[in-house]
Design a protein. Structure first.
Length: 407
């Protein structure tokens, strides 16, 4: 839905980025790191630490949480690796002497790990809420407004919490970015219609969270510029959509086709009808067109639907209720197919092509990354065992040499 603001990622200690990327870059280092993990059996199976990239919340969240879980093995690794592998890198400035950067330089102290934990909590909020909008198995558009509001609430609380004082400026910038996305919701009606079509939310969410007449009057009294009665606004959008979809659900091409002049319709269908029959048919048709969608909308909004849960699959729900709420089900076909995304370049046709390719190719493409990783791991383990043997022979040779010198 959105990428993480750099202001938050800047608070991740750079030494954590560098040390983890250096471990992952070498098969021998990875094996040594796993050996340190095995010294802590309570950690369970050995793991690699996922590396972060700048376009996904999940990668930063995964790196921080796994690093926190493996805090002791990481500390042991950086403390003992200089003797085994030498410095992590060597700086060679122009005109100056080379400078070796030791692994021990990257050791995180207790307060550093506390800093990492707090950062993980903040980024974890965004990752948890973003995953809600990342499902490929069910519609997610109705989640956008609640997710943005919930994330903003979490970060606003942390921005006032002294425990997160070092992150307050970054949190304010993060909230500004959320607000940027939130303001764009006013440019389209589909987010309100998506909430309407979720039987758990309907329009009650708008009235509860955004306010109605009372809040509107309070805004006017407070002198707020351009106050909005959001309940009336949402109902206006809903009624406009119902008028549009009512004729379409009966197979009419346009709303005008459903309200054509009775004389023309009667003349084309049956010229032998008398005036009373034509007038009665026109009256019934017009009444049906106006009252039909209003009655359907009223039935839907007034039904408490106590058995409906927040996490239902709305596509399945509307499939089961399409004959009960005909117009709304017709609307759902269009609205629920819209993915929750913030990139204008990802238009519906591109999304459709991506989804079709994914399901078409899924069963035919070999996971070469997994196959290569398994092969590399076997080779690396062999190299690691050979390295251990060489070190043992070297120690024996050194011991014998010392013994002979002593004699």
């Amino acid at each position: 839905m959105m990428v993480p603001p750099a202001c938050l990622l800047e608070h991740i200690p750079p030494v954590l980025f560098r040390s983890q990327s250096s471990i992952q870059a070498s098969g021998q280092r990875k094996q040594v790191f796993r050996r340190f993990q095995l010294e802590h059996p309570q950690l369970g199976n050995t793991r690699n630490i996922p590396l972060h990239n700048n376009t996904r919340w999940g990668s930063a969240d995964g790196m921080l949480n796994v690093s926190l879980d493996l805090q002791d093995p990481i500390t042991s690794f950086v403390e003992h690796t200089d003797a085994k592998f030498g410095p992590i890198t060597t700086l060679r400035p122009k005109g100056g002497p080379a400078r070796e950067i030791l692994w021990s330089t990257f050791k995180l102290k207790k307060h550093d790990w506390t800093h990492v934990r707090l950062c993980a909590e903040i980024i974890g909020d965004a990752n948890d809420y973003q995953q809600i909008c990342s499902s490929t198995q069910s519609p997610t558009l109705h989640q956008v407004i609640p997710v943005l509001e919930s994330l903003a609430t979490c970060w606003e609380a942390k921005a006032k919490n002294p425990k997160f004082e070092v992150f307050h400026d970054a949190l304010k910038k993060g909230l500004a970015k959320i607000n940027k996305y939130y303001k764009k919701l006013d440019n389209t009606d589909v987010y309100i219609l998506a909430l309407l079509l979720h039987p758990y939310y309907k329009l009650d969410y708008i009235e509860s969270e955004w306010g109605g007449q009372a809040e509107y009057k309070a805004d006017i009294a407070a002198g707020e510029l351009n106050p909005t009665n959001w309940t009336v606004h949402a109902r206006s959008i809903t009624e406009k959509a119902m008028k549009h979809y009512w004729p379409l659900c009966f197979g009419c091409l346009t709303a005008a086709a459903a309200n054509e002049e009775p004389d023309a319709a009667s003349a084309s269908s049956n010229t032998r009808q008398d005036e009373y029959d034509r007038a009665r048919a026109a009256h019934l048709r017009n009444a049906h067109a106006e009252d039909g969608w209003k009655t359907e909308l009223r039935r839907y909004l007034d039904d408490p639907m106590a058995d409906v849960k927040k996490d239902i699959n709305t596509v399945e729900w509307w499939w089961k209720h399409q004959k009960v709420f005909l117009t709304l089900a017709c609307m759902a076909v269009d609205i629920l197919a819209i993915p929750a995304a913030s990139r204008a370049c990802l238009d519906p046709e591109l999304f459709e092509q991506i989804e079709c390719l994914k399901y078409r190719w899924r069963g035919t493409i070999d996971d070469l990354a997994a196959a290569n990783e398994a092969e590399i791991e076997r080779i690396e383990m062999g190299e690691f065992e050979n390295m251990e043997k060489v070190e043992e022979l070297y120690r024996q040779a050194v011991s014998e040499s010392d013994y002979e010198s002593a004699e």
